[in-house]
Design a protein around this ligand. Sequence first.
Ligand SMILES: Nc1ncnc2c1ncn2[C@@H]1O[C@H](COP(=O)(O)OP(=O)(O)OP(=O)(O)O)[C@@H](O)[C@H]1O
Ligand SMILES: [Mg+2]
Length: 256
Amino acid sequence: MIDIQAVSKSYDGGRNYAVRDLTLATRPGEILGLLGPNGAGKTTTLKMITGILDPDSGRITVNGHDIVREPIAAKESFFYVPDDPNAFLRLKGIEYLNYMAALYRLPGSQGERIAEIAEDFEMDMVLGDRIQSYSHGMRQKIILLAALLVNPPVWILDEPMTGLDPRAAFKLRGRMRAHADAGNTVIFSTHVLEVAEKLCDRIAIIDHGRLVLLGTMDELRSAHREDVSLESIFLSLTDADDPEIAPLLASLDEEA
Ligand SMILES: Nc1ncnc2c1ncn2[C@@H]1O[C@H](COP(=O)(O)OP(=O)(O)OP(=O)(O)O)[C@@H](O)[C@H]1O
Ligand SMILES: [Mg+2]
């Protein structure tokens, strides 16, 4: 599980905050969705959980290990899929997967498991090719395959569905659900509200670096109105003053 305590992060020495006093903890067996407008602080938050960025203040633990003080123990417990999949381009797909298996010290040959997951995501035919030659979606898939292969307790995914074809996105959603149902933790960011609504056990909406709402869909609805969509909750929390959006929200209110 992930525990974020009063974390703040500024990229410009404290004039503006990308993440401001964020406190958020996942529960075992849950898929937590991070939502928020462009620039809200989702990627910054995920990068701080992974130790890529250090918070200016506050504390983060992953599976009970402080990411700053016990980085190795913390890192062994998660796999991070970044929003930009352009890494390890000179490796062949299979070399990258074997490298990740070795890095996470998976025992023995993982050939059978690699074959199974690669086939499931229609990547089996290209594992011998360099990642450089992959399309954007294929580059994303090879990193997701590594997450499935390594299968640590915590998955941290930054916009994992973006760029995936519908079949791969469907399969990934199933894998995320199964991982959480086995008692593990999945945290991911997305802009696709329909996916968040269907897939997430709880949703966190971030705006200007602050947590503005956290709860199950039912809790979010009861805090607003029983019949509202996640889209209207999202818009009302993040864009209520926008001159184009305010009348839209008013008309939704009239319809209700
Ligand atoms: N490397 C960086 N240097 C300076 N500022 C940054 C950097 N990365 C992010 N920011 C700023 O931090 C804020 C939060 O950005 P972040 O990437 O975390 O947002 P996000 O919620 O992931 O957005 P998106 O939905 O577009 O992916 C933004 O104001 C952004 O301009
Ligand atoms: Mg982002």
